[in-house]
Design a protein around this ligand. Structure first.
Ligand code: ZN
Length: 160
C-alpha cells in the first residue's frame, strides 16, 4: 500500500541535530504512528514521507521553518522570583507550563539570579536544523472515526 489518501503510517525514527547529537529515537520502543496529511507531525517530515512504502528508509533534513520555527528573543523574559513561589530550588533547564497569548506554552528556565529568573518561551528545538533517519514500518487505512478526530486510535489514544 502506498502512502496516499490519508493512510495511517507507522515509522521508526532517530532524530539528530546539526552537531550530530542524538535527541530522540523510537528505535527499540513503539514506532510513531500518525495520520498522513493531518498535520500530526512536523510539516517538513510529513512532506518527505509522501509516496513512501513499507520498508522505505530515508534521511530527512529539515530547516527551522519546517520544524519549530526560528528562535524569537522576545519570548525570553526576566521575572521576579515571587512568580515561582512555592517551588524550591529553581534550576537552569527546568521547564514549566505557562499561559501565553497563544495558549499553554512550555517555558524553560535559562538563568537564575538572586531575585530574578529568566525564562525562555521558545520551543527547545526552535532554530535547530533537524535530521530524521526514518524507516516506514506499516501503512494502513485510517478508520472513519480516526479521520473525524484527526488522530489515530488504539495504543497512543487517550480516549474511547
Ligand atoms: Zn479520537
Amino acid at each position: 500500500m502506498k502512502n496516499t489518501e490519508n493512510p495511517v503510517v507507522s515509522i521508526h525514527y532517530t532524530l539528530t541535530n546539526k552537531a550530530g547529537e542524538k535527541l530522540d529515537s523510537s528505535v527499540g520502543g513503539e514506532p510513531l504512528t500518525y495520520i498522513h496529511g493531518a498535520g500530526n507531525i512536523i510539516p517538513g517530515l510529513e512532506k518527505a514521507l509522501s509516496e513512501t512504502t513499507v520498508g522505505d528508509k530515508l534521511t530527512v533534513t529539515v530547516e527551522p521553518e519546517d520544524t519549530y520555527g526560528h528562535r524569537n528573543d522576545e519570548q525570553t523574559q526576566t521575572v521576579g522570583k515571587e512568580m515561582f513561589e512555592g517551588i524550591d530550588n529553581i534550576e537552569v533547564g527546568m521547564q514549566f507550563q505557562a499561559d501565553s497569548s497563544s495558549g499553554p506554552a512550555i517555558v524553560t528556565v535559562t538563568e537564575v539570579n538572586e531575585d530574578t529568573i529568566t525564562i525562555d518561551g521558545n520551543h527547545p528545538l526552535a532554530g535547530e536544523q533537524l535530521t530524521f533517519d526514518v524507516e516506514v514500518m506499516e501503512i494502513r487505512s485510517a478508520t472513519e472515526t480516526e479521520m473525524e478526530h484527526g488522530h489515530i486510535h488504539g495504543s497512543g489514544c487517550n480516549h474511547d
